[in-house]
Design a protein. Structure first.
Lengths: 447, 229
């Protein structure tokens, strides 16, 4: 009976896929939704590739997934992935799409898994490897707080899945106590702080005994090295250790050098976790080296282009996420040279139907942007006034800022003559708009 | 003036430290006392004018209750003596009778107010909230994984919220307890001006013009859109 339901669901979902294509509707998760409604066990039954790698955690899921896809494709594997549709419907749709009469079927599946959906998905899909990127406070409407999310991830992890996680993230380490995890860590970078320096730090006290932790090195927020002077709780030993050579732009992992594509700490960790995963998948070292040379951060996350005497940099700063935005701000602040910033952080869907919360602004380190060499700000989007208020609280003088709600006019307020580097810091849903602004700026510069 | 901020290193969820940021711009630095979870609260042996406690995780609630339980009488005394309190998010719950988790396990609160709380971690409730406190329209949000039954004088009349509730929060003497997030003081400058008069602050707010402009824009939106976010 179950098989009959499965095959019926398969046929109907394939028909739905065909119809969506004919109607030019981009709703990739929908066939999965249909399949699961007809056959709730569809995801359990459908064929899986020999290698399934899941990626979960607060930040970095999409970037790491994209890098893994690039890497395995470069290695010659047929790769399938769920394109960021990281709940059950999207993952089901991915496996469904792989079931075709003609053409090669997937050999590697890269699944980006929403933390809250872990139990649901891993009940049906047993990944060979699970990368837990990190755990931070995230959007308050969906992810409540870290404890809740950690519990959701832990509840779902299958016994035989090898879990890869950063030893530098003691929240992940202590909240997800699996057997025989594979740890990786990053040695201190040049000039890093010895103590937490962000507005918020989600790990102040020892998760074992409650005493105050002593930090010895901080990459960002709570990510780094610390120990409890009372019970000795500290970072576990790592199988893989990364060392950054800033001048040579190299990430050395256990004695082997890999080129760095982006120097932001987020992306260094993303690259490190990808290299670790490839090593654990027994990919030969020479091949990992070849692949690493061609890996690049997807353009929607980061792109840089020289236009005349200016450099225009588009940086995605995930909205509703104080840690991701703080990291983006810190990266911009640390870049040399004179800077102009265009900031559009609001969620396009919220603009249409609701009023998004700006509470997260006050967990975000806008203070990083209070710098002499950031000459001017253009704040745009429906929440521009709220960003303006937040930047005033961060100590940015009014004279340095212009507020333009209409994003299509933001470029007009840019002070080209003041800065060589123009940064467009945008929410994930404002990627298309950021490209329009970039195009407008290019035309302005070239005139 | 003494303003005590309780456990800011851990009771700081959902951006509510923005309330503290605004207060820091209004009062001199030396007026503030930041009490960590490991310290004895300043209010235990000293007079204070204001006490703030922000939202925290569920496990932190238990620790904060344990921490403050020995001072339950003192807290009650301070409330009755009209010390100004602002407890936001789920901070309010610790002063209630009981918090029951989803397994049925009960944690006794400080029993200062008649509040019974039930945790609902798998049913997160999010809503825009439009309300009024006296003559002031309030624009805010709630984001909770618990429900509380409150039998105390209420803080705010709710005009628009997802669950169609009529009232929100607690206002007893100068104790203000509310689930409202925002941060409340940043998003509602008119209310904040009235609130700060309790602390003898009569000056304009920092960046008052801009706060009001942001508020006006938001209020117009709240009147126009639905309550989901």
């Amino acid at each position: 009976m179950q098989k009959i339901r499965y095959y019926f669901a398969f046929i109907v979902a394939k028909l739905v896929t065909f119809l969506l294509r004919v109607l030019h509707k981009r709703v990739p998760y929908y066939p999965g939704y249909v399949a699961l409604r007809i056959c709730p066990d569809f995801l359990t039954i459908v064929r899986k590739p020999p290698v399934v790698i899941a990626v979960t955690g607060t930040n970095g899921k999409s970037t790491i997934s994209a890098l893994l896809i690039d890497a395995f494709e470069e290695l010659g594997y047929k790769v399938i992935n769920n394109h960021g549709f990281n709940v059950k419907d999207g993952i089901t749709a991915m496996f469904l799409q792989d079931m075709k009469l003609f053409g090669k079927r997937g050999e590697v599946a890269i699944l980006e898994v929403d933390e809250k959906s872990s139990k649901d998905i891993y009940a049906s899909v047993k990944p060979n490897y699970l990368i837990c990127t990190n755990l931070f406070r995230d959007s308050m409407r969906s992810n409540s707080n870290i404890e809740y999310i950690a519990q959701k991830i832990l509840e779902g992890i299958p016994k035989d899945t090898k879990v890869i996680m950063p030893a530098d993230d003691l929240i992940t380490v202590s909240s997800i106590p699996v057997e025989n995890p594979i740890y990786y860590s990053l040695e201190p970078l040049k000039d890093e702080s010895k103590e937490p320096y962000n507005l918020v730090c989600d790990l102040i006290y020892c998760p074992v005994c409650g005493s105050e932790l002593v930090y010895t090195n901080v990459h960002y927020h709570h990510i780094g090295s610390s120990y409890c002077p009372k019970c000795g709780f500290t970072n576990p030993k790592s199988k893989y250790i990364g060392k950054v050579d800033d001048k040579k732009e190299i990430l050395n992992v256990n004695g082997i050098d890999y080129p760095i594509q982006s120097k932001s700490i987020f992306n260094i960790y993303n690259l490190l976790s990808v290299i670790v995963c490839l090593k654990e998948c027994q990919i030969p070292e020479t091949k990992i080296l070849d692949v690493a040379k061609h890996l690049h951060i997807i353009d929607s996350r980061y792109s840089s282009e020289k236009v005349g005497n200016h450099t225009i940099v588009n940086i995605m700063a995930k909205g509703q996420n104080p840690v991701a935005c703080s990291s983006a701000f810190q990266y911009v602040a640390n870049m040399p040279g004179s800077k102009e910033l265009i900031i559009i952080l609001d969620d396009v869907a919220d603009k249409k139907y609701s009023v998004e919360t700006v509470a997260w602004y006050y967990d975000t380190d806008f203070e990083f942007l209070n710098q002499k060499n950031i000459n001017h700000f253009v704040l745009s989007g429906v929440r521009a006034m709220d960003v303006y208020v937040r930047l005033l609280f961060a100590g940015i003088p009014k004279i340095k800022m212009d507020v333009v709600e209409d994003e299509t006019l933001a470029y007009q307020k840019v002070h080209l003559h003041e800065s060589d580097n123009i940064f467009i810091i945008h929410d994930i849903h404002q990627y298309d708009q950021s490209l329009i602004i970039k195009k407008q700026l290019k035309e302005m510069i070239q005139k | 003036m003494k303003l005590e901020i309780l456990f800011p290193e851990v009771c700081n969820l959902y951006g509510d430290r923005g309330n503290i940021t605004l207060l820091e711009k209004c009062f001199p630095t030396h007026d503030f006392i930041y009490t960590s979870l490991l310290d004895e609260p300043y209010f235990v042996h000293h007079d204070v004018n204001f006490i703030y406690l922000g939202p925290m995780s569920d496990s932190m609630q238990e620790k904060v209750i344990q921490k403050l339980m020995p001072y339950q009488k003192r807290i009650k005394e301070l409330i009755e003596h009209d010390v100004v309190f602002l407890f936001t998010g789920n901070a309010l719950e610790i002063l209630g009778k009981e918090i029951i988790d989803e397994s049925g396990k009960s944690i006794h609160g400080l029993n200062i107010f008649n509040i019974m709380t039930k945790k609902t971690p798998n049913q997160r409730y999010n809503s825009l909230v439009l309300g009024s406190i006296d003559e002031h329209k309030i624009v805010s949000y709630v984001s909770t994984s618990s429900t509380s039954v409150i039998h105390e004088p209420r803080l705010m009349d709710v005009l628009k919220e997802k669950n169609n509730s009529n009232e929100e929060g607690i206002h007893v003497h100068n104790f203000f307890g509310t689930y409202l997030l925002g941060p409340l003081l940043v998003l509602n400058p008119y209310f904040t001006k009235t609130f700060l008069k309790l602390l003898k602050y009569y000056e304009p707010l920092p960046y008052e013009k801009e706060l009001i402009k942001a508020y006006d824009l938001r209020l117009e939106e709240y009147l126009r859109v639905g309550v989901h976010y």
